[in-house]
Design a protein around this ligand. Structure first.
Ligand SMILES: CC(C)(COP(=O)(O)OP(=O)(O)OC[C@H]1O[C@@H](n2cnc3c(N)ncnc32)[C@H](O)[C@@H]1OP(=O)(O)O)[C@@H](O)C(=O)NCCC(=O)NCCS
Length: 182
């Protein structure tokens, strides 16, 4: 059965704690993850407190399966951040359902472009460890996932690579910018 998609503001305290755990565990393979004590909890809280942030959660019964956030950055292009699905529930359509729900919601608010940065700070693409200057734009066409990097997921959902931030997370560890027209 398809999960229920709800605003994170509707989650109970226990479910919000679970959303923080999912943020920590889904990104555990990344050095830039939310590893400091309380860091993931504080990140979840920003989506409850900050008027320029909003988030949706996928819920099955009482169980939180994953969640997605958005940040109002430009007037017509907003940033998708973060998207995390509990590792125990990945590859069952939860990430796609959350993304579709967020896209529909922000499109109805007049947003034209949804964009995101998907870091490669662990070796998930062929660009990891590479010098991207000069001709950063030329490297975009060569980008491919070497395993299960999230860029493969976003490509499937219609996002394209629009930029690279060389060395964003240290030498050879870029951020990969992707965007979709809504
Ligand atoms: C990336 C993530 C959000 C995907 O969520 P999910 O619920 O596992 O993905 P879905 O089951 O909805 O997948 C939708 C489609 O994308 C494909 N897909 C999922 N993950 C993929 C990946 N890493 N690479 C390539 N394709 C992928 C699925 O096979 C499916 O294809 P189909 O429609 O042909 O069946 C999830 O794996 C996750 O939380 N990963 C860790 C955190 C992370 O990297 N977040 C993104 C940071 S920018």
């Amino acid at each position: 059965m398809a999960p229920r998609i709800v605003d994170v503001k509707e989650l109970t305290t226990a479910q919000r704690a679970d959303a923080a755990r999912i943020l920590r565990e889904a990104l555990a393979h990344m050095p830039s993850a939310y590893n400091e004590p309380g860091e993931a909890e504080a990140e979840v809280q920003t989506f409850l407190d900050d008027p320029e942030r909003a988030a949706l959660a996928a819920v099955d019964g009482e169980v939180v399966l994953g969640w997605i956030g958005v940040i109002e950055s430009y007037s017509h292009a907003w940033e998708l951040h973060p998207l995390v699905v509990d590792p125990a529930h990945q590859r069952r359509g939860v990430g796609a359902a959350l993304t579709a729900a967020l896209e529909a919601r922000v499109k109805a608010q007049g947003v034209l472009t949804l964009y995101l940065g998907t870091d490669d700070d662990y070796g998930g693409t062929n660009l990891f460890g590479q010098a991207l200057f000069p001709d950063v734009a030329g490297k975009i066409a060569t980008l491919r996932s070497t395993g299960d990097h999230a860029s493969g997921f976003y490509r499937r959902l219609g996002y394209e690579v629009v930029g690279l931030i060389p060395d964003a997370n240290g030498p050879g560890r870029p951020d990969i910018m992707m965007a979709k027209r809504l």
